[in-house]
Ligand binder design. Sequence first.
Ligand SMILES: [Fe+2]
Length: 175
Amino acid sequence: MHDITRGENSPATIVAAAKPLLAKLVQRPDCVESKFKKRGATEYGRYMLHRAPRFNVTAVVWGPGDGAKAHNHDTWGLVGVVENEIQETRFRRLDDGAKTGYAKLEVKNVLKNSAGTVSCLVPPDDDIHEMNNVSDRNTVEIHVYGKDLAEMPRLRFDVANDSVKTFASPKYQNC
Ligand SMILES: [Fe+2]
């Protein structure tokens, strides 16, 4: 990832190069330590595994019924499923963002990403999704992003009401 991101600013280029590496990693259930495969006490688990200047690697654990409403990332990203599966809904934004608080999204795809799958986020036009664990078990993922998303303002969409607000993810459980 250091080699891939060094001197490279194109999200599409970075994601294309990183995808096969993460796909190989998530083939191994032991690629995440068991202490980072636990859901949080009150919400989904988030753990920082590796911080670097131009990317970071986190583990995310969705319990049954956990999810994240439609949101953007404001950076490139890869989401690899290590255990179980996740339902991912991908959206296209139809408006130009000029009207404060307004956003019109259209569903592109509803995917069922099983273990071994890597999903890619490529801003600015393909980085809005919603995640839902509709199964009865924990889902373990590895996320790789170009920015640290903890406490970083970004967008969360209310798709049914055509509205958008800023939000920020909380800090990680382990640091
Ligand atoms: Fe996301």
